[in-house]
Each structure stands twice: as structure tokens, then as C-alpha cells.
Design a binder for this molecule. Structure first.
Ligand SMILES: Cc1cc2nc3c(=O)[nH]c(=O)nc-3n(C[C@H](O)[C@H](O)[C@H](O)COP(=O)(O)OP(=O)(O)OC[C@H]3O[C@@H](n4cnc5c(N)ncnc54)[C@H](O)[C@@H]3O)c2cc1C
Length: 297
């Protein structure tokens, strides 16, 4: 591996200064589960590695009243610092109790060793279409809290953060500080499923996240898919079909229509044909799993 300088700044100002240094190829590092293998393999050649794990608030996982960013009332949002490790999320009782779909998605990432190092910020910043936290974050309507060198903090809906394969909305030297996740009403139901070649340690062939919000007169739905196009996607047509009813025919129709939002490719993990078939199968399975918990239409 090519040698590089390593810094662990304690303030955002110091981190911005390091990441903005002229004539340096600087890279932020959190868990390093993407950065280190890529540097070892010569895919990246940083001469300056800036460890952002020690920045204020980056390891926090707590309820917050930073409501303007997440559209919920005071104390109804979960703040997840960008450097919170994937296993901390999977094992958090707050997350398991109130955002179980996020705990399930986190538990599906990599293997025990990877989850002990990898961070949620790293998972979204890598911006792989197969980032396994993404479909859950999409249906949870998460927002990404971004800090920049000129003090211009901003908050982006997660769907605007992913801009293409391995591309995200960060500008030069910006850092993701954390994620804000609105609380869900009582009775919310959800299901996450990931299909991969192996049970552990492999990226998704397809992943799906479904949430349903039952109320007295109707049920609203959110459905998102991963690894099926340049970015994770929501499937609004499927959501609209399910909002009108969720009998067996509607579920089949919704699952088939979810495919319309996808533009899958064949790759080392799956042929195109198999991935195409699995989008519909997995969407159907996830919707059925939620329907099984709902009163029948
Ligand atoms: C064996 C193995 C199995 C894996 N399995 C899976 C899997 O099943 N599912 C899956 O989704 N991923 C998987 N991955 C990929 C990887 O582990 C995850 O994407 C992980 O969440 C990355 O987090 P990290 O903290 O290690 O990121 P790092 O490697 O530290 O950083 C990744 C990228 O994000 C940037 N970055 C990190 N944090 C920030 C921040 N706060 N602000 C700005 N930029 C930032 C870095 O500069 C870098 O470009 C796997 C990796 C390996 C090696």
C-alpha cells in the first residue's frame, strides 16, 4: 500500500482544513472497510487520510429535537451520528423498538467483523447502489445532515443524497455529520429483506424495504429497493396500488409495478435475468410479510 499521512482531527474546522489542503489527495475515513481495501488495491491513492470518527457528535445515537431537519415534532427524531458503527445500530434497543427496519437492515450488512468497524455514514457516502442501509433509510424518510468548510450546514433527504453509482451529493471537503430519522406513528409495520449469494459478507443482489402506516380509513405505504439501478429507488406506483387495497391481486400488481422503477444490470453477483425476476419476487415477499400483520382489506 502506498504510504499516506494519517490525522485524527478533534474539530470540524480542523477536519475541513485537512480535507481542503491544496496539492493533497485527501480522503475522509470512518470505519475504513471501503477505504482501506480500495487503497490496498490501488483503486484510491490518498496521500492524506483524515479520520473523522472523533469529531463532535459523530458517535451519538439518541433522540433529538433537531426537528426542522426531519419534519417531526420535538424529540420525535432519532439522530444517528455518521460514525456510529453498523453493529451499534443493529443492537440498539431504541432502534430495535422504534425503527426495527433500520436494525434489520443494519444486521444484514457484511459480517460480524465488518459491522463492528463499518459506519452508517460510510455506508451511505460510498453510495453503492447496493448499500444495504439505503432502502430502509429511504422508507424511513431519513435526512442527511451535512457540514461544510464555510459553515454552511445543510440537510438533504436521503433520496437526494444518492446521485449515481458511487456518487453522492457531497461537495468538496464536506462531511456527513449524521442522519435524522423521523419517528413513526404507533401501529407502523415494516419488513426488510436482502437477497445475496451468501448468508453473510456479501452485497445484495436485490434488497427491499416496506413500511405500512395503517389508520382508521386507509393504509399508506412506502417501498424502496436496492441494487436494482444506479441508486436505491422508491416505488411510488406500487405504493399507490397498495394504498387502494392489499388483496392478493393488488399485492401481485404492486410487486410487478415495482419493477418499473428499476434499471437492473447483470454483474458478478447476479445475471440480469435472475435479478429482474428477484426484484418482483422479493417485493412480493416483503409486501406479503407486511400484509400478514394487517387487518385484511
Ligand atoms: C467483506 C466486506 C463485506 C461487505 N458487505 C457489505 C454488505 O453486505 N452491505 C453493504 O452495504 N456494504 C458492505 N460492505 C461495504 C462497507 O463495509 C460498507 O459500505 C460500510 O458501511 C462502509 O463504512 P465505513 O465506515 O467502513 O466507510 P469508509 O471505508 O471509512 O468510507 C467509505 C467512503 O465514505 C466516505 N466517508 C465515510 N464517512 C464519511 C462521512 N461521515 N462524511 C463524508 N464522507 C465519509 C469515505 O471518504 C469513503 O469515500 C462490505 C465490505 C467488505 C470489505
Amino acid at each position: 500500500m502506498q504510504p499516506f499521512d494519517y490525522y485524527r482531527p478533534e474539530s470540524f474546522e480542523e477536519a475541513f482544513e485537512l480535507l481542503s489542503q491544496p496539492r493533497k489527495t485527501a480522503v475522509a475515513i470512518a470505519g475504513g472497510t471501503d477505504v482501506i481495501p480500495q487503497t490496498r488495491d490501488g483503486i484510491r491513492r490518498p496521500d492524506l487520510v483524515v479520520d473523522i470518527k472523533g469529531l463532535p457528535g459523530m458517535r451519538d445515537l439518541a433522540m433529538t429535537s433537531m426537528a426542522p431537519c426531519c419534519g417531526a415534532g420535538p424529540d420525535e427524531c432519532l439522530y444517528v451520528g455518521a460514525a456510529v458503527r453498523i453493529n451499534e445500530i443493529a443492537r440498539s434497543s431504541i432502534v430495535q423498538d422504534h425503527w426495527p427496519i433500520l436494525a434489520d437492515a443494519a444486521a444484514s450488512i457484511g459480517n460480524e467483523q465488518i459491522r463492528n468497524r463499518a459506519t452508517i455514514g460510510g455506508n451511505i457516502c460510498t453510495a453503492s447502489p447496493a448499500a444495504d442501509s439505503a432502502p430502509a433509510l429511504y422508507v424511513l424518510d431519513a435526512s442527511v445532515l451535512i457540514k461544510g468548510p464555510r459553515g454552511e450546514d445543510r440537510c438533504l433527504p436521503i433520496a437526494q443524497f444518492f446521485t449515481g453509482p458511487k456518487r453522492n451529493a457531497l461537495k468538496h471537503a464536506e462531511i456527513v455529520a449524521g442522519l435524522l430519522i423521523p419517528g413513526s406513528p404507533a401501529g407502523t409495520l415494516s419488513f426488510h429483506e436482502k437477497l445475496s449469494r451468501r448468508k453473510a459478507g456479501d452485497l445484495s443482489i436485490v434488497s427491499v424495504a416496506v413500511m405500512a402506516f395503517p389508520s382508521a380509513n386507509s393504509t399508506t405505504w412506502r417501498l424502496a429497493l436496492g441494487a436494482v439501478g444506479p441508486t436505491p429507488v422508491r416505488a411510488p406506483e406500487a405504493e399507490a396500488i397498495l394504498a387502494r387495497g392489499y388483496d392478493a391481486e393488488a399485492v401481485d400488481l404492486a410487486a410487478a409495478s415495482a419493477y418499473g422503477c428499476c434499471s437492473p444490470i447483470g454483474d458478478i453477483r447476479s445475471s440480469l435475468d435472475y435479478r429482474q425476476a428477484m426484484v418482483v419476487n422479493l417485493a412480493r415477499k416483503a409486501i406479503r410479510a407486511v400484509v400478514a400483520q394487517l387487518p385484511q382489506a
